[in-house]
Design a protein around this ligand. Structure first.
Ligand code: KIV
Length: 265
């Protein structure tokens, strides 16, 4: 298989579904890459699922660069996209371009993702001007959790929906190569997907998007319940790890481990 590039991702629209998943470390990146995903996202969701934080707001550029760097070591074929964390692009366009550049130069990412409102259209344009591909992210924007009053479904009324369609068009015009749609009604996601030529990648946005993304810890059942409705668990890794560790605890305490097989003569 060949390296998945931005032009390949663009050409997948209306032909085949794009599969994106998050990863935060090298061994997980290797597993998801070998499983055939198209895009590995180093999401700032690592604040929640790796750092045990209540939200993504205190994740830093240095932490994201560290995780992107180690994820890049596990990837051969998938495209590697890094999330720009809170306050790495909000302060100024110059900060945005500089920080985006660090993800490419220091961490080995091939693109960056930004949570976008109309205020950041020029920011996309400037990052793109530096030759860095940008993935937009609209709908539920976890970095604006306080502004939104919680993690809620977005685009529910007509006016909000109309604004999101217009925003998606502006993001496309600014030069983004793809767009994440998070937690919006399926019909609206479908409308946005039909209204723009760049691929949409949905999470909690229904089946009509050009692709789907899930957080790896949620997908394999490593995250604690309850999970949002849009998560599908494909395994019960949390339970498996717990059972394995409990068995180890019992065997060490009983003297069953290590046996002669695990010992040197
Ligand atoms: O941070 C993240 O993992 C994300 C995806 C869920 C889209 O933004």
């Amino acid at each position: 298989m060949n390296k998945i590039t931005v032009p390949i991702i663009s050409s997948m629209k209306n032909k085949e579904k794009i599969v994106m998943v998050t990863a935060y470390d090298a061994p997980t990146a290797k597993i998801v890459d070998e499983s055939g995903v198209d895009i590995v996202l180093v999401g700032d969701s690592l604040g929640n699922v790796i750092q045990g934080l209540p939200n993504t707001l205190s994740v830093t550029v240095e932490e994201m660069i560290y995780h992107t760097k180690i994820v890049s070591r596990g990837i051969q074929n998938a495209h590697l996209c890094a999330d720009m964390p809170f306050m790495s692009y909000q302060s100024s366009k110059l900060d945005a371009v500089r920080n985006a550049g660090r993800f490419i130069k220091e961490a080995g990412a091939q693109s960056v993702k930004l949570e976008v409102t109309t205020d950041y259209i020029d920011t996309i344009y400037e990052i793109r001007k530096a030759g860095i591909p940008v993935m937009g992210h609209i709908g539920l924007r976890p970095q604006s959790v306080h502004d939104m009053g919680g993690y809620k479904l977005q685009g529910r009324d007509k006016d909000e929906a109309r604004k999101l369609v217009a925003l998606a068009k502006e993001i496309e015009k600014a030069g983004a190569f793809s767009l994440v749609l998070e937690s919006i009604p399926q019909k609206l996601a479908s409308k946005i997907t039909r209204a723009i030529k760049i691929p949409t990648i949905g999470i909690g946005a229904g089946a009509d998007c050009d692709g789907q993304v899930l957080v790896i810890n949620d997908l394999v059942g490593l995250s604690e319940d309850p999970q949002p409705k849009f998560v599908k668990k494909y395994a019960e890794v949390r339970e498996t790890m717990k059972e394995a560790t409990k068995e180890y605890v019992d065997e060490v305490r009983s003297g069953a481990f290590p046996s002669s097989e695990n010992s040197y003569d």
